[in-house]
Ligand binder design. Structure first.
Ligand SMILES: C[S@@+](CC[C@H](N)C(=O)[O-])C[C@H]1O[C@@H](n2cnc3c(N)ncnc32)[C@H](O)[C@@H]1O
Length: 250
């Protein structure tokens, strides 16, 4: 059986429709059904008025992807949405893992296309200036799928390597102390009081940001929809901007 139906895995960007790519909007228009986490389907409600929307809650990613696959098998064009970029802690990997392990011949598989989006680190960086001008890394502080020992190792190694660090999933009700613990590990690896930016709800109505250092950080402000950027030893705050110099002579 040749299957011609399509699953688009669409990164919708950080939140506002204006920061979604043109391609993401076009793909949403092409879909019969949009599947996503409820907070994200709400962010793009104005684009899905004429569509079937299948939404569910947090931590139900496998169920969500299975539903998308089942709907695509019935011949519908399905869009699975992720905030930011679908390939950065999003749904792209899970959809591909599930589809490539389906027990069916390769040429009868569902077709999948990943539509890139603006990830939270790029969005947050633009709000505060240019902190990602040199080598940087993404570290998620969620230990639901990654052991905390491995998270610690990555933080310590990234600090020693002088990477700018972008912390995703920095703090939630169940993980109140992970960010402060991360800052302790960083401080153990460097003698420098590194510059920090906290950006909450980038490109959403409630957006705000503030600058700190490792020592002055206000952890209580950080939420599940925050991203925290820790500079490298050269990163500075100039006027209202966080800048990591690339090394040009100015
Ligand atoms: C499961 S990850 C999804 C990341 C997403 N795929 C991306 O590329 O941005 C969720 C985390 O992304 C970060 N995040 C996503 N959107 C954000 C926004 N608009 N402002 C700040 N942080 C955001 C937060 O750290 C949040 O806990």
């Amino acid at each position: 059986m040749e299957v011609n139906t399509m699953i688009y895995v669409i990164g919708i960007g950080p939140g506002s429709i204006n920061h979604m790519t043109y391609e993401a909007r076009t793909c949403i228009q092409k879909c019969d059904v949009i599947v996503g986490y409820k907070t994200y389907t709400e962010l793009i409600r104005e684009l899905t008025i004429d569509k079937m929307v299948v939404e569910n809650g947090m931590r139900r990613e496998v169920e969500r992807c299975q539903k998308a696959i089942d709907l695509a098998m019935t011949g519908k064009t399905v869009g699975v949405i992720s905030s930011g970029d679908a390939g950065v802690y999003g749904m792209a990997g899970l959809i591909l893992e599930m589809i490539t392990t389906l027990d069916c011949p390769r040429d009868s598989r569902l077709r999948v296309e990943i539509i890139p989006g603006v990830t939270a680190s790029s969005a947050a960086a633009a709000i505060v200036g240019a902190p990602l001008m040199h080598d940087y890394c993404h570290i998620s502080l969620s230990d639901l799928l990654t052991p905390i020992d491995l998270i610690e190792k990555r933080i310590r190694m990234a600090t020693r390597g002088e990477f700018v660090m972008c912390f995703y999933n920095p703090r939630s009700i169940g993980r109140k102390d992970h960010l402060s613990q991360a800052f302790k590990w960083i401080s153990e690896e460097t003698g420098i009081d590194l510059v920090v930016a906290h950006i909450k709800d980038a490109y959403r109505e409630s957006q705000n940001h503030a600058f700190y250092t490792l020592k002055t950080m206000n952890f209580e402000e950080v939420t599940m929809t925050s991203i925290v950027l820790v500079g490298n030893p050269q990163t500075k705050i100039y006027d209202e901007f966080m800048i990591t110099p690339r090394g040009y002579h100015v």
